[in-house]
Design a protein around this ligand. Structure first.
Ligand SMILES: NC(=O)c1ccc[n+]([C@@H]2O[C@H](COP(=O)([O-])OP(=O)(O)OC[C@H]3O[C@@H](n4cnc5c(N)ncnc54)[C@H](O)[C@@H]3O)[C@@H](O)[C@H]2O)c1
Length: 252
């Protein structure tokens, strides 16, 4: 079950945290994994950890918002692994830089980065691999999103949520267009993840935990396992859906 042997998977923003967990689990399920990140040392470290387990991975350094780099780097990584991308996980989504805060406090130049990353970043990678998937009659596109795409929250992430909700809409249309070719597209809307504890004060984490029925933050390897299912042969009938993966939180 959920066997990915010989599938080639691209995971964007996989140099740490959630993306690293996804890349590792897909590799353990048998996929050859392209570990993308903006930062070379992060991508190399995760790829080395995966190959250190005797599994298959290559690091691929590119900025998902730069279409020319995306296409060139994906073709090079595919050549290195000896296969075209069958599974795309659009995980890169947390922009670096100054983009958060209440909308009223943001300047227009702060809007662009989280929207570009979450919309153009995923459009670019999808464009680079979707024709091949359709021609081969098999493919899986998984968009990592957030509950903030569908729920208003007073935590200063309105531009990030604008990007996430935009790309969620695109994925539903993509699913409708490519289903006939054996390609699925789904959205995994995550709740609060473990890495938040690295920069949020403990009192704030305790507040968050009270809203999560399982009483803990999300684990990157569990997100990876959900991706392995969505990427599998067995998930062929599941497409165009948003799956909340948030420990049962009703507030998203
Ligand atoms: N952490 C959470 O609590 C949480 C909650 C909901 C959703 N998510 C989603 O999960 C995904 C992963 O989040 P995370 O917390 O692991 O993020 P993170 O910031 O820990 O890691 C993201 C990685 O993406 C890379 N990256 C950033 N911009 C990039 C670009 N333009 N091109 C290529 N790589 C780029 C970064 O270098 C970084 O290594 C994101 O889509 C995020 O929106 C996270």
């Amino acid at each position: 079950m959920f066997e990915l042997t010989d599938r080639v998977a691209l995971v964007t923003g996989a140099g740490q945290s959630v993306g690293a967990g996804i890349a590792t689990v897909l590799a353990r399920a048998g996929a050859k994994v392209i570990v993308n990140d903006l930062h070379e040392e992060r991508a190399q470290k995760v790829a080395a950890e995966i190959t250190g387990e005797g599994l298959s991975a290559v690091a691929s350094v590119f900025d998902v918002t730069d279409m020319d780099s995306v296409v060139g780097a994906i073709r090079a990584a595919e050549a290195e692994l000896g296969g075209a991308v069958d599974i795309l996980v659009n995980n890169a989504g947390i922009a670096q830089g100054n983009w958060s805060g209440p909308f009223r406090d943001l300047e227009p130049e702060q809007w662009r980065l989280p929207i570009d990353l979450n919309i153009y970043g995923s459009l670019n990678t999808t464009k680079a691999v979707i024709d091949g998937m359709c021609e081969r009659g098999w493919g899986r596109v998984i968009q990592i999103s957030s509950g903030s795409a569908r729920t208003g929250q007073n935590i200063g992430v309105s531009m990030y949520a604008t990007g996430k909700s935009g790309i969620e809409g695109f994925m539903r249309h993509l699913a409708a267009e490519v289903g006939q070719f054996g390609v699925t597209a789904n959205i995994l809307a995550l709740g609060h993840q473990e890495n938040l504890a690295e920069f949020m004060p403990p009192e704030r984490i305790q507040q968050l935990l009270r809203t999560i029925p399982i009483g803990r933050l999300g684990d990157p390897f569990e997100v990876g396992a959900a991706c392995a299912y969505l990427a599998s042969y067995e998930a062929a009938g599941l497409t165009g859906q948003t799956v909340d993966f948030n420990g049962g939180s009703q507030t998203r």
